[in-house]
Design a protein. Structure first.
Lengths: 157, 680
């Protein structure tokens, strides 16, 4: 059942021996110890498990690991560069867009994916992009504020 | 309030028998027969059993050679901000920078027992305990600054009873926003939640769940599962589960076990028949037994009702809801001989330690429970079932085991917020003054049972019933249900008295703090005007309430389009005494309100024939970003008053405000939560 799969995670080549049907989420967490990516529902309904696949936000719980082979995978651990936070991470910290924080990696990566294609999103575009990401602490107002802040910093910088 | 007697109105704790009765192995059996192992001592050194006791200084505080202060508490961080707030509290009294302070939370080997994280008690109990300890320590530090050893020696004493903390007027750290202390770890994914803990050689576990409620595992054919490589099967009484090197393989193991499992079943009430069932099984009078609620009377309610100029009667229903925290229950368990260590997301670390000790027949000193800052609780993580399950699997596997409940397990097998049925009758005079109040709450719980409105004659009851679902605590638990029923009934009374809902409330309300938030919210929202100028398809509503020493009022505007209720605008005013961390408080107040919208509009456990029908985020609708209304949150800072907890009360007023607005928009009176639309 197990086969060798080569993944490109946060810029590094990682080889895993795994059932190819296994969700990428589990491989990241259990085989590669990248536990920043969170399980929330296992069926793509909460997006806590969001990662970037070739720059696009996807739910890693719904992504069989075989389909991620050869693509650039970015997890929350790979967003900061040399200790310097990504502007979206900075904005979430600055706006304190977190309570328990469990949804934050998924929120941050979804936002990073949004800003890549839509650098100056409208309020409606922000809500449309993040409406699938659940936060049970319901800290949505500060999350929207963080996304706006990140977009502003991006267009200034 | 002596008449409440043995009844505890603040909480609705789940008290249930141990989830599993594990078989004793032969060696354990002999020890049990010898009578030695069932003795449990309470509390390790430096700890006091039984909750809110004040520990001595060294149990609370430690100073390192570099001046770093470590503060110890059994409280947990589940997103409500206690780690940051307690850091501020210690910094305040020590007069040092918060960066110099480290908090060790909820590690039963190291911390004093401050009780669980529940009932909004951290602010009124633990913050003062930490402040007293820090203030006492500051005196010692000043006297022994040059000699850390002398400092620690002196810290090893009791906290003097006459220790004085700073008045709010002198606060340097409290009263101001301190950014969340671990925010960098959260945004980088470095923060380790219970589900993220890994141990060398760790395996992943899964537990076999019954297909329906009220089912008992009778037979288990393990043949197919035992053929799977790497899978270790555990079958002990009604407990069955497995471990494997990955969750994926453990899942395959459980699927194989499930195929070979046979259950006996007992009937289970469906949610369609729920409220009849609650009423039929209510325990009243002397036969009530365990936890029979009190009947609290004032004056003579029945005589006053009989002689009232006007009377009105209605009943209300509140559905079961799930907490559904983003992180489902999780635990990692590791045995070294008979010593057990468990990392788990619970709001009750000491109680879970006790449950583990009982389940495995070891003294509590052999059990260490640690609670990494957890991905949400909302009152839903008071129990230790996941810790016990992980420990049982780890014992069988001989290796550390991580057990993480799936979302489906969390929906079906975690406990629910109690459902409730309410029957209310009131009498009022020709001026609209309440004269009689008769209130019965079936099953929803005692918090917020008493009315904040002035009425001379009342009978107020809370009755336990046979709940078909496992139920327990929840953020603002019964206060939400009681305020929903009471506030909507106040609206019906206002209409009967031909008054607007605001004026009717103010006429019957003496409590100055509740009046203050109500008047402030009404003014900011321009409630009186907007209530008069009704627009088609649009309505406004108002509600207020007090619970656990804080006060909330809410005004809401809803629009109704194609049968969907859209909450467009909300003004809320909240007061909890002196504000300790403004930004964190705002996050709590806004979060409560938005979370409360879910239960108000959509959330409801639907079950049929023993099966939870909507135990998924796809079918159990919770608030999303697009549901957030235009929000005006106003926090009253009362520096002259003691700080009360604030993580619960702001959830209690939104549902009745929204429900009242739905009626104002031209629909029938709302008498159920979640709100159902019906023609006028």
């Amino acid at each position: 059942m197990r086969t060798k799969i080569t993944l490109l995670v946060n810029g590094a080549r990682r080889e895993v021996q795994t059932d190819p049907e296994r969700p990428l989420l589990e491989v990241l967490r259990e085989d590669l110890q990248l536990t920043g990516t969170k399980y929330g529902c296992g069926e793509g309904q909460c997006r806590a498990c969001t990662v970037l696949l070739d720059g696009k936000a996807v739910t890693s719980c719904m992504t069989p690991v075989r389909t991620a082979a050869g693509k650039q995978i970015t997890t929350i651990e790979g967003l900061a560069q040399n200790g310097k936070l990504h502007r979206v991470q900075e904005a979430f910290q600055e706006a304190e867009a977190m309570q328990c924080g469990y949804c934050v990696p998924g929120m941050v990566l979804t936002t990073a994916g949004l800003l890549k294609n839509t650098p100056r999103p409208t309020e409606a575009q922000i809500v449309a992009a993040l409406n699938g990401n659940l936060c049970r602490c319901c800290g949505y107002p500060s999350i929207v504020a963080a996304v706006r802040l990140a977009a502003r910093e991006q267009s200034n910088g | 309030m002596a008449e409440w007697g043995d009844f505890e109105p603040e909480r609705y704790e789940l008290r249930e028998p141990a989830p599993y009765r594990f078989e004793a192995d032969r060696r354990e059996f002999l020890a049990l027969a010898g009578g030695g192992l069932l003795l449990f001592t309470t509390g390790a050194s430096g700890q006091r059993p039984g909750g809110q006791g004040e520990a001595d200084l060294s149990a609370r505080l430690h100073m390192a050679a570099d001046g770093t202060i470590t503060v110890f508490t059994s409280k947990v961080e589940v997103g409500q901000g206690s780690r940051t707030q307690l850091t501020q509290a210690a910094a305040e009294e020590l007069g040092i920078s918060p960066e110099k302070i480290r908090l060790v939370m909820a590690d039963t080997d190291l911390v004093p027992d401050d009780g669980g994280t529940a009932g909004s008690r951290t602010t009124p109990s633990t913050v003062p305990a930490v402040r007293r300890a820090a203030a006492a320590a500051k005196k010692i530090l000043a006297a022994t600054a040059a000699n850390p050893k002398a400092t620690m020696d002196q810290l090893r004493g009791a906290i003097p009873s006459d220790v004085v903390v700073k008045p709010a007027g002198d606060w340097q750290h409290l009263g101001k926003t301190l950014p969340k202390v671990d925010s960098r770890a959260i945004v980088t994914g470095a923060h380790k939640y219970p589900a993220d803990i890994t141990r060398p050689g760790m395996l992943y576990g899964k537990v076999l769940r019954a297909p329906v409620y009220n089912a008992k595992l009778e037979e288990l054919d393990k043949a197919a599962a035992s053929k799977l490589a790497g899978v270790v099967i555990v079958h002990d009484g009604e407990f069955a589960g497995c471990t494997a090197p990955t969750s994926w393989e453990a899942k395959k193991g459980i699927e194989a076990l499930a195929a070979g499992a046979k259950y006996s079943r007992k009937p289970h009430v469906s949610s369609k028949k729920l409220f009849e069932h609650l009423k039929a099984t209510a325990r009243t009078g002397s036969a009530a037994g365990r936890g029979s609620g009190p009947e609290r009377t004032k004056g003579d309610a029945s005589a006053a009702m009989a002689s009232a100029a006007n009377t009105l009667k209605a009943s209300f229903e509140v559905a079961y809801v799930q907490h559904a925290p983003m992180e489902p229950r999780a635990a990692v368990a590791e045995w070294e001989g008979d010593k057990l260590t468990v990392w788990t997301g619970t709001q009750m670390p000491h109680r879970v330690r006790q449950q583990l000790a009982e389940a495995f027949r070891v003294p509590q000193e052999k059990v260490r429970v640690m609670v990494p800052d957890t991905g949400g609780g909302f009152g839903g993580k008071h129990t230790g079932e996941t810790a016990i399950e992980a420990a049982r699997l780890a014992k069988a596997a001989g290796k550390p085991v991580s057990l993480r409940w799936t979302r489906a397990e969390e929906f079906a097998w975690a406990y629910f917020r109690p459902a409730g049925l309410f029957e209310i009758q009131a009498g009022f005079d020709g001026n609209g003054k309440l004269t009689a109040w008769d209130y019965t709450n079936y099953n929803a719980g005692g918090a917020g049972l008493d009315t904040p409105y002035a009425v001379a004659n009342s009978r107020i009851r809370f009755l336990y019933t046979d709940s078909p679902l496992r139920e327990g605590s929840y953020r603002g638990i019964a206060a939400t249900a009681n305020n929903f029923a009471r506030e909507l009934f106040m609206d019906e009374l206002a209409e009967a008295a031909k008054m607007d809902p605001l004026r009717f409330r103010l006429l019957n309300l003496d409590n100055p703090r509740l009046r203050a938030v109500l008047e402030s919210a009404a003014e900011r929202f321009r409630f009186a005007e907007r209530w008069k100028s009704r627009k088609a398809g649009t309505g406004v509503g108002i509600a207020c309430g007090t619970e656990k020493g804080s006060y909330i009022a809410c005004c809401a505007e809803v629009g109704i389009r194609e049968g969907e209720i859209e909450v467009r605008e909300v003004t809320q005013v909240f007061e909890c005494g002196a504000i300790q961390n403004p930004r964190n408080l705002r996050a709590q107040v806004d979060g409560c309100l938005i979370q409360g919208l879910g239960a108000a509009l959509w959330e409801e456990a639907i079950f049929e024939d023993g099966k939870l029908m909507n135990g998924r985020f796809a079918s159990y609708r919770v608030p999303r970003m697009s549901d957030v209304p235009k929000l005006d949150t106003h926090l009253l800072d009362r520096r002259d008053l003691t700080s009360a907890g604030a993580g619960e009360t702001p959830i209690i007023a939104i549902a009745p405000a929204v429900a009242a607005a739905v009626h104002h928009a031209g629909y029938a009176r709302v008498r159920s939560m979640p709100v159902r639309l019906a023609g006028a």
